[in-house]
Design a protein around this ligand. Structure first.
Ligand code: ADP
Ligand code: MG
Length: 155
């Protein structure tokens, strides 16, 4: 991307497929949050590499986490055609083991690179293979990109 894109909003429940069906949980941002809707409207659907931070709704660190913990994340923007969804969504798989779910948290996403367009997979195992590939791409791409989280993101 020519410039990083920053989105922040509440983590809401999706269909619960990420973890259960695919083995990769994705934290879904509430697209009704004005800041999320505004930035989402400018994004090309597809998979992005970036960083994510998880905070309490008031902005304090999530229990057991710290404001300065930015985790690498593979982020999907789009209509999730593999599951025939209709609504534009944004969801992030964070490359970090959390001890608990963080529904209701305020999640910040900083997108740094566009990896690929969205496409439909009929077979679940092909989709899972693509997700593994996307995670590998995320790690590779982020190694080449500087990331300096700025304090203004939390204002
Ligand atoms: P949903 O459809 O509700 O988004 P998922 O199966 O995709 O359900 O699981 C997503 C939830 O799992 C997140 O909202 C978050 O609370 C939790 N979670 C735990 N670990 C992670 C992780 N590494 N990345 C993303 N979400 C995670
Ligand atoms: Mg999800």
């Amino acid at each position: 991307l020519s410039r990083p894109r920053h989105l922040a909003g509440p983590v809401i429940r999706g269909f619960g497929r990420g973890a259960r069906k695919l083995g990769f949980p994705t934290a879904n941002l509430d697209t009704r949050a004005p800041q999320v809707a505004e930035v989402l409207a400018t994004l090309t659907p597809g998979v992005y590499a970036g960083y994510a931070a998880v905070l309490r709704p008031e902005g304090a660190p999530w229990p057991g986490e710290s404001v300065t913990d930015w985790y690498r994340a593979a982020v999907n923007v789009g209509y999730v055609p593999s599951f025939d969804n209709r609504e534009l969504s944004i969801e992030a798989h964070l490359l970090h083991e959390f001890s608990e779910d963080f529904y209701g948290a305020q999640m910040h996403l900083v997108l740094l690179a566009y990896l690929r367009p969205e496409r439909k997979f009929v077979a679940i195992d092909a989709l899972v293979a693509q997700i593994k590939h996307d995670i590998a791409s995320t790690k590779r791409v982020l190694e080449e990109l500087p990331f300096v989280p700025s304090a203004c993101m939390f204002e």
